[in-house]
Design a protein around this ligand. Structure first.
Ligand SMILES: Nc1ncnc2c1ncn2[C@@H]1O[C@H](COP(=O)(O)OP(=O)(O)O)[C@@H](O)[C@H]1O
Ligand SMILES: [Mg+2]
Length: 262
């Protein structure tokens, strides 16, 4: 396996993300890794998700777009069991997870990277990396992780506080890779980072996709997500209002402008 990352996503032709994985026929053949049907979720008395339907096939990169407060973070948190009451269906590898506790959902191979990256300031990068247990077979070894993120190797003994925002973000993702998760739920990973770092994160997403990971990207940064995603979902008021494939991006730009102001 090549440790370094693949070509810049901006260099992809329209529909390039889809071509890169063998075209639509291959996609429709790959099994559903995540299938959410009529998902409702609450925080206390607040009813936040109102019947979300979303499917992610194995090996896909799917992006969940929406304005602030649309319910994207809540959707990710509901998948991993971190909201209050949930209703509906969340199937992960065909196993119904709607009533499962978070640690059992993690064992199905789901890794959640929250917006606040959760890097411990007083621990070194290496200690942060080693924190979570292996929960599923096939987790990346530390060597593989350092191959993929040479920066983290160089900074392995630096305390969490000394890492740049980009390094912290990569560490937060790397930590999930160690657990053996194959479905990655990444919340606003590009937020607040310089364009050159955002480019590195885009390369990371493509490298993970090439390794067969399945990724749900919650993004405010449309330019970051657009070339990476095989399919797009648009959320508003706790429900999915649009969905379309990479090949349909151009014809959906007007609609996106309306919904997101991009
Ligand atoms: N812990 C919480 N308790 C109550 N309401 C919440 C909580 N977290 C988020 N919300 C509300 O849920 C809605 C969706 O929020 P969120 O999922 O964070 O949106 P997004 O990630 O799309 O910006 C918002 O109206 C927000 O105020
Ligand atoms: Mg959010």
């Amino acid at each position: 396996m090549t440790p370094t990352l693949v070509a810049s996503p901006t260099a992809l032709p329209p529909g390039g993300a889809e071509l890169a994985r063998g075209g639509p026929s291959q996609r429709s053949m790959s099994p559903e890794l995540l299938k959410i049907e009529d998902l409702h979720a609450w925080y206390g008395e607040s009813h936040i998700l109102h019947g979300v339907n979303l499917t992610v096939h194995e090996g896909e990169v799917v992006t969940l777009l929406g304005r602030n407060g649309a319910g994207r973070t809540t959707t990710l948190r509901a998948i991993v069991g971190l909201t209050g009451r949930r209703k509906g269906s969340i199937k992960i590898t065909d196993i119904e997870a709607i009533h499962l506790a978070p640690h059992k959902i993690a064992r199905l191979g789901v890794g959640y990277c929250p917006e606040e990256r959760g890097i411990f300031a007083s621990l070194s990068a290496a200690e942060n990396l080693m924190l979570p247990p292996t929960i599923a077979a096939g987790g990346m070894s530390v060597e593989e992780i350092y191959d993929m993120f040479p920066n983290l190797k160089e900074r392995s003994s630096s305390p969490g506080t000394r890492l740049s925002g980009g390094e912290q973000q990569m560490l937060a993702v790397a930590r999930i890779l160690r657990t053996g998760a194959r479905l990655l739920l990444l919340d606003e990973i590009s937020e607040g980072l310089a364009p050159v770092i955002v480019q590195k994160l885009a390369e990371m997403i493509l490298a993970l996709k090439a390794k067969g990971y399945t990724i749900v990207l919650v993004e405010q940064n449309f330019r970051f997500a657009a070339p990476l995603a095989d399919r797009f979902y648009v959320m508003e008021h706790g429900t999915i209002v649009k969905q379309f494939a990479q090949a349909e991006l151009t014809q959906n730009m007007g609609m996106l402008q309306e919904y997101l102001g991009v």
